[in-house]
Design a protein around this ligand. Structure first.
Ligand SMILES: Cc1ncc(COP(=O)(O)O)c(C=O)c1O
Length: 423
């Protein structure tokens, strides 16, 4: 288990203030991302899975270009879910054969582009298979096209990110359409893979393994009944991480070992696995620090107004109580505030709606105006969901490599905001 400790965060922040990488007046929120932490996650992931596995990082979890370039350098591919993400992937240096294209809303133009470029496509429905079939003449023997199924192994604890229950907007439901799925592999000889993704956070390892086993059973059936020698099994992402520093997350080594045992049991060791992790790779590699602009103390409540709310923490605000972050309070110089007596604070953002609250009743030492609040474990699904509501400027992102720091994304300027809303 590896979290970035509050002591190192305090040291990093202090150094960035001293070196003027952070301008305290303007940088009211700053995002940090640790490349060594990412590299460790990647090497652990590679070691846990069969050697021929193609690992990709879900771009939506963390689309920062410098991060994508690092991922490329470290030998992973990417999972793209839109035309924009395909473009980011190409511009960040990924070859077509390192890109997996998932999306339930692929247009004909996007499908054509992906097939022509040799990008791996996961069709989300029978309807999409028909569209692909219209482009039959573009498909080459080595084209890689899979079908996303929903193994219907149950819902996780977070409804908004559970996609493996009886109903899901993604994939073909396996229980009701098993026969038709098998037939599809008979009709569309170019189909060469199965894809699934069960959910993101909130799904137990056992649930993911149940999905994996259903996939293996289906692949065995398809091979027997159609002679289609399926080459790929894309198992999606979804391994939960821990946001609680006193709790261990599911162990990726155990997950990989069980997957290898199942492959052996079904005599499918030759199958090439593809993974699409996002949260596992990025969450614990990032943290955010935001200035306490006001401390609102009333008889019944205390609220810290900071500069990061639903713009940066969309899920946390919209599904309050379903997501969790640890918090640490720093003084204006970046030193950790310590006190035996704690006060309960609501943590509120700067946006103009009542739901702009990241967390409630968080116990912290007494806060003062000008302090800084650390929001831990924000490397995935935070800035990737940035909202332009109230036209606030996207914060600066600082990349950390050992003891060196560099800006990997500049803070937006008022001009950038103007440009966004202009013709
Ligand atoms: C199709 C697909 N693959 C991969 C992922 C990444 O999931 P996670 O970040 O939980 O690993 C997602 C995220 O929801 C997804 O929708």
């Amino acid at each position: 288990m590896s979290f970035i400790s509050e002591d190192s965060i305090s040291e990093i922040f202090t150094n960035c203030i001293k070196s003027r990488l952070i301008h305290q007046e303007n940088d009211t929120s700053v995002i940090f991302y640790d490349f060594n932490q990412l590299a460790n996650r990647i090497s652990t992931l590679k070691a846990a899975f069969p050697d021929n596995t193609v690992h990709t990082s879900a771009i939506k979890a963390n689309p920062i270009i410098k991060v994508l370039e690092k991922i490329n350098e470290l030998g992973l591919g990417v999972e793209a879910a839109s035309e924009g993400e395909l473009f980011l992937a190409k511009k960040s240096g990924f070859n077509s054969n390192q890109i997996v294209f998932d999306s339930p809303a692929k247009t004909r133009k996007e499908i054509e582009f992906a097939i022509e470029s040799g990008i791996y496509i996961n069709a989300d429905s029978f309807m999409e298979l028909e569209r692909i079939h219209e482009l039959n003449n573009l498909i080459k023997p080595l084209s890689r096209i899979g079908l996303r199924i929903n193994p219907q192994v149950g819902y996780g604890t977070i409804a908004a990110t559970s996609v493996g229950g009886d109903y899901s907007k993604f994939g073909v439901p396996l229980k009701e359409y098993r026969i038709e799925i098998i037939e599809a592999f008979l009709i569309y000889k170019w189909l060469s893979g199965i894809h699934m993704h069960i959910g993101s956070q909130g799904c137990s390892m056992q649930m993911l393994l149940n999905g994996f086993e259903s996939g293996l059973q289906l692949i065995t059936d398809i091979q027997l009944k159609t002679g289609n020698n399926i080459r790929f099994f894309d198992i999606g992402g979804g391994l939960p991480v821990s946001y609680h520093h006193d709790q261990n997350p599911p162990d990726i080594n155990e997950y990989g070992t069980k997957i290898q045992e199942l492959l052996k049991q079904y005599k499918l060791e030759n199958l090439q696995l593809i993974t699409e992790f996002g949260r596992y790779l990025h969450t614990n590699s990032g943290f955010t620090i935001s200035k306490v602009e006001y401390v609102k103390q009333y008889i019944d409540s205390n609220t810290l107004i900071i500069h990061a709310g639903a713009d940066l923490f969309l899920r946390e605000c919209l599904n309050l109580g379903q997501w969790f972050h640890e918090f640490t309070l720093l003084d204006k110089n970046g030193k950790i505030k310590v006190s035996n007596s704690k006060i309960k604070y609501h943590i509120a953002g700067p946006l103009c709606f009542a739901g702009d609250i990241i967390a409630r009743d968080i116990e912290l030492p007494k806060a003062d105006e000008g302090d800084y609040l650390v929001i831990h474990d924000t490397g995935a699904y935070t800035f990737g969901m940035w909202s332009k509501y109230v036209s606030r400027m996207f914060p600066k992102i600082i990349g950390i490599t050992g003891k060196s720091f560099e800006i990997i994304r500049n803070r937006e300027t008022p001009e950038d905001i103007y440009k966004f809303w202009s013709v």
